[in-house]
Design a protein around this ligand. Sequence first.
Ligand SMILES: *Cc1c(COP(=O)(O)O)cnc(C)c1O
Length: 426
Amino acid sequence: MGFIRPRSAVTPLRRAANTSTAAVGHRPSVMQAVALHRPEDPMHCIRPGVLAETARRFVGAFGDATGGARGGDVLYAVKCNPEPAVLRALWDGGVRHFDVASLGEVRLVRQMFPEAELHYMHPVKGRQAIRQAYQQYGVRDFVLDSMDELRKLMEETDEAADLGLIVRLALPKGNAVYDLSGKFGAQPDEAVRLLRAVRVVAPKVGVSFHVGSQMLEPAAYERAIALAGRVIAESGVAVDVLDVGGGFPVSYPDVTPPPLDDFMAAIARGVAALDLPAHCRIWCEPGRALVAAGVSLVVQVMKRRGDELFINDGVYGSLSDAGVPGFRFPVRLLRPFDGMFGGGIEAEAVPFAFYGPTCDSADRMNGPFLLPADVREGDWIEIGQLGAYGACLRTAFNGFDQARLVEVADRPLLETPGHRISTQAA
Ligand SMILES: *Cc1c(COP(=O)(O)O)cnc(C)c1O
């Protein structure tokens, strides 16, 4: 039970990844890990079993939805959580494709999984990044949303004849929690021109889009697929790939999304309505949905002031989504030394706000986070659903860059409908 590891901010992409599965065998519970280590630094609790199970379920559901002769590939969006232990668990769950967006991500994944299929899905890439990804790391698939980027790709691969070129399509502003419509993507007319242009130079071409992150409406995928279908039809190009992007939602305390199968059904309907070539593969690029439930964070209460708790992690650490974006996360109080079996918590739950450890008064999280009324200095709090866009956004601001990493056996603090395979079937 001693496999806790230290972790400072911004390291996952900088260090040599440990490519072997870390110390499997007996994993402690979160409560046991807290009792053993009494962590004064934030402690990241990775649930490899949950991550692998979620990946297996997602890959299976997407394969079924895009089934038959066609078939679908699930590309994990690495930016969401590049922690090697997380990548390893997803690989164990059957993920073989990775959506990478920087040379750092390319290197990390290639080093861990020599056989992985890497897809460079950032529409604006550095020239040296393209050259190295192509020449040193075997990347063949690249996304683009402009003629300038196409020119760059051809120049930096010395006019390679073995590229997969995917045209990123802009979508009208949608209603995702994180709208992604403003920054990337070609407008339909431009996408038509780009598709015709890439067909001339690449043996594999396709269309991609992103409906926005934490998208709660299954029909958004159907609409986006229909738009992609109109662009493809107008171009007259036989595409090899249709990539429906990421955005699949998970549960948070005030949000229960429709079941995963509703999203899969919407994608299946959307694809069935198009006249795609028989060999065309369907891709998706989930980030959040694969990893959110698989990591939680244990913080310690440094001070209580009424209904405000000063804790040892905050918006400059792993909790940036709890700051201005105002995400609420599931929480539970951990008091391992009270009572015979830990716990000893009887007080009624009341709302609290958090302050992070830095000296910036903006380092505040309004929640509300429901915790027992008698929370006090020295208590630990577990904060769930932090596997997505949590630890990867940490900074070293104000010197609060130390954290611990431990692999645990617990279930998630919140389940997302359709993410869990029944125990019998697993
Ligand atoms: C961030 C991103 C994803 C993952 O999005 P989620 O909402 O986490 O599923 C997928 N594809 C692209 C191009 C992205 O930028």
